[in-house]
Ligand binder design. Structure first.
Ligand SMILES: Nc1ncnc2c1ncn2[C@@H]1O[C@H](COP(=O)(O)OP(=O)(O)O)[C@@H](O)[C@H]1O
Ligand SMILES: [Mg+2]
Length: 334
């Protein structure tokens, strides 16, 4: 660490991002003897300083995947690698270090900020141990820097404010500032704008893009809205019934979708000219995702797929490359 960086507090990440690799991640919950299969063999990669948009219908397991990446849950099967280290079952100091480098921003800025804490206290509590020893003045400089970077200016006006004094958009900016204070490599943003007024959404999404560009912070942007996935993500990963069925460069996914589910998603997505209703949950789909209690043999999309074949009911398709950086889990491309 340079002498300059020690004297001038800043949120610049110490590294330029780090890759995350999930392989075959399963997560089951057992409640009153009933098993729910929420993640069913999900594979995902987020490259260093990359923005990946994870898109899927409500209930497809997006939040569970994010919580598993944060290691709030431990996968029942499969592995989680970060920056070349296996963190699938990391504990103690290793887990704390990992959680410092990977931060999370939640959907509901009202619920995620403690209402009894000022913005200063909220930011203070997010600091990693190595920054806890800063003197008050240095710490405030760091916070001012973070608040300025998320567009809350002048920062001194915001440090002593409480969440109820802020608008939804300002709260989500505080949540983003908090995610930055620990200098993360990767931020998991779980539907960060879905509870904001439509007029504020673009500002928060653009903020993520600019923080990515300026500081190399990687993002996993989780959404059920294909239009915003395309806007934010360099790559898009499509989730269905606890699995990632297709991923690739954002434009390729939208223009040359290969998986029948992705094709259905894109057909169902409304015209981009009719913004505001582009919401997968309201889109018209035939059929329902499989029941969570069901153990599926073969492909999770077999029950709704217009191209279903015998093989789909027997074997889980492997993830295969079908184009430049495009990967699909479907027997049609075997
Ligand atoms: N702790 C849990 N115990 C039992 N079921 C859960 C648990 N967490 C999530 N689920 C179920 O898993 C499914 C996927 O949830 P979630 O990951 O929140 O999906 P998404 O974020 O895509 O809407 C939902 O049907 C939800 O009810
Ligand atoms: Mg969710």
């Amino acid at each position: 660490m340079s002498a300059m960086r020690q004297n001038v507090p800043t949120i610049e990440p110490q590294r330029l991002g780090a890759p995350l690799v999930l392989q075959n991640v399963h997560k089951r919950f057992v409640q009153g003897g009933r098993v729910s299969h929420v993640l069913r063999g999900a594979d995902l990669q987020v490259g260093a300083s990359e923005i990946v948009a994870l898109v899927g219908e409500s209930g497809s397991g997006k939040s569970t995947l994010a919580r598993t990446i944060m290691r709030l849950y431990t996968p029942d099967e499969g592995s989680l690698m970060f920056d070349g280290r296996d963190v699938t079952t990391a504990r103690g100091r290793d887990l704390r270090e990992y959680r410092q480098r990977v931060q999370m921003v939640f959907q509901d800025p009202f619920a995620s900020l403690n209402p009894t804490h000022s913005v200063r206290t909220i930011l203070k509590r997010s600091l990693p141990p190595r920054l806890q020893s800063l003197r008050d003045k240095e710490r405030d400089d760091l916070f001012r820097d973070a608040l300025e970077k998320v567009g809350l200016t002048p920062p001194d006006n915001f440090l002593q404010q409480f969440p109820h004094e802020l608008s939804g958009g300002q709260r989500q900016r505080v949540a983003l500032a908090r995610s930055l204070a620990g200098r993360p490599d990767l931020v998991l943003a779980d539907e960060p704008v879905s509870m904001l007024d439509v007029s504020l959404r673009l500002g928060v999404l653009n903020l993520m893009l600019s923080l990515n560009e300026q500081y190399g912070i990687g993002y996993l942007y989780i959404t059920h809205d294909l239009a915003s996935a395309r806007y934010v993500g360099a790559r898009i990963a499509v989730m269905y019934a606890g699995d990632i069925v297709e991923e690739g460069p954002a434009d390729t996914i939208v223009e040359e979708a290969k998986h029948p589910y992705t094709q259905l998603l894109i057909q169902a997505a409304p015209d981009p000219d009719r913004r505001g209703v582009d919401d997968l949950d309201s889109a018209v789909f035939t059929g329902e995702p499989p029941n969570l209690s069901m153990e599926i043999q073969g492909c999770p999309f077999q029950f709704r797929c217009p191209h279903v074949m015998d093989k789909c009911r027997k074997e889980v398709p492997m993830k295969r490359p079908v184009g430049d950086g495009q990967l699909v889990k479907c027997h049609l491309y075997a």
